[in-house]
Design a protein. Structure first.
Length: 450
């Protein structure tokens, strides 16, 4: 798609038209309209909320556009009360932020969730101070989850990336539960300190109305790239499993995180598309991320969120966010919300923690004694021997020879032949057990070396 496509398509401001389209699509949302002589279509908020009657803490976020569905797509009950949208990669003006605060903030006050960018901090901070001078209770939490570079990062600190979406959800759920402003702010701050993100891209984003000059050459990628197109470290393009492994090591490094994630920790995972990445590619990255976390780092993955949550226009790439979690955070993440772009399955987005079932129990499930036996499965009965001991392999390859034939093909073979020839299905099953034993040995040896 051309970098100018959205401007050619509509006659007017692309951000405004996006917000209006969102409102047309989701009737529970509306843009700010109705103040005397003030219409701000880039301010999106819940249609059921009014500052005069709202009796819960309002949760407000926002920033430059170009990161859709963030932030407007996460406005809804149980998440954001309002989103203040600036122009492409530009912070919203102070007046817009202040108008948003006035529109939704009731007696319980409001919390501003701000990504750590200079313009956002300045403009949201100024609006907060003006709102306080008008009598509103306002708190602000800064999110800086980028861990591409180790601390210290000077006075600028870390950039806010896709992990901010987790802070939105935790804060919105806390507010919906009726917590006070101080309590909601405390939960937001705690969540912001538990989440870490790193991005990787194959192409930079195309800014609308500007000539696109591709800075990432063929066969190259950028690690640690920012959502506003800030340059990352250039590296040779690698297969996705190697890239994911590198990103995981960087996030889990004690040099890049303030709250360490160690073996045995519980985490939630977000694999976030940066705008030009297909869902298939994101799912592949998610599959490798879960595998690496569990097998290489011994981390329990409690929840997985895969999709495009905070993009960078049409950038091809993804980011990975890890959030160290506990029961309280999980409850907030699982709490209901009608925000349009928060992922919720038919029964909630709650994949179970991966618990490895002993292979004998797993095999037994596939070999119900009351059911008709089938080829190979007749060998899969719970055995008392360790996987790497020969008695089990001997049992697997020889027992079907001397026992009564049960499997489909062996039932039509003469018992004289069966007495001298090992059953091929049993032999195949034995090879599976042997491979499993070798895999366990290899993994155990690696863990002993760590």
């Amino acid at each position: 798609m051309s970098a100018d496509f959205d401007y050619v398509l509509v006659d007017g401001d692309a951000v405004t038209e996006f917000i209006k389209g969102l409102v047309d699509t989701y009737p529970g949302l509306q843009y700010l309209d109705g103040f005397p002589d003030v219409i701000i279509p880039t301010n999106l908020y819940r249609a059921d909320v009014s500052s005069a009657t709202y009796d819960k803490v309002a949760v407000i976020s926002g920033g430059g556009s170009g990161h859709e569905p963030a932030h407007a797509g996460f406005v809804g009950e149980g998440m954001l009360t309002a989103a203040i949208c600036g122009d492409i990669f530009d912070s919203p003006p102070v007046d817009s932020i202040l108008s948003g605060i006035r529109a939704v903030t009731g007696s319980k006050g409001c919390l501003l969730i701000v990504k750590n960018y200079t313009g956002d901090r300045l403009n949201f901070g100024c609006a907060a101070e003006q709102a306080k001078s008008e009598g509103y209770e306002v708190e602000m939490v800064i999110v800086g989850d980028d861990c591409a570079l180790p601390p210290p990062r000077g006075i600028a600190g870390r950039r806010g990336l896709a992990g901010t979406i987790f802070v939105h959800k935790v804060s919105g759920a806390a507010a919906a539960a009726g917590l006070s402003l101080a309590e909601v702010a405390a939960e937001a701050k705690r969540a912001s300190e538990m989440v870490w993100t790193m991005s990787v891209a194959l192409t930079a984003c195309s800014l609308p109305g500007q000539l696109n000059i591709e800075r990432i050459g063929p066969g190259k990628m950028e690690l640690g790239i920012g959502i506003r197109g800030e340059r990352g470290a250039v590296a040779d393009l690698q297969p996705v499993d190697i890239v994911v492994s590198h990103v995981m090591k960087q996030i889990l490094s004690g040099k890049t995180t303030y709250v360490p994630i160690t073996r045995g920790s519980r985490v939630v995972l977000m694999v976030n598309g940066l705008g030009g990445t297909t869902l298939k590619e994101l799912m592949i990255a998610a599959r490798y991320a879960v595998s690496r976390l569990q097998l290489d780092h011994g981390v329990a993955v409690e929840r997985v969120y895969t999709g495009s949550f905070m993009t960078s226009l049409d950038m091809t790439g993804f980011s990975i966010s890890l959030m160290k979690t506990d029961k309280k955070i999980l409850n907030f993440l699982d709490a209901p919300t009608n925000a349009p772009y928060w992922p919720v399955g038919a029964e909630g987005n709650r994949p179970p923690v991966k618990i490895h079932i002993p292979i004998t129990q797993s095999c037994a499930k596939k070999n119900d004694e009351s059911s008709q036996p089938t080829l190979l499965l007749c060998t899969m009965k719970p055995q008392p021997w360790p996987l790497d001991q020969r008695p089990m392999l001997e049992y697997l390859t020889r027992r079907p020879v001397i026992s009564t034939s049960e499997a489909w093909r062996s039932r039509v073979v003469s018992s004289d032949i069966l007495a001298s020839v090992a059953d091929p299905g049993a032999t195949a099953a034995a090879s599976w057990y042997k491979a499993a034993a070798l895999a366990v040995k290899t993994a155990s040896a690696k863990h002993m070396m760590i």
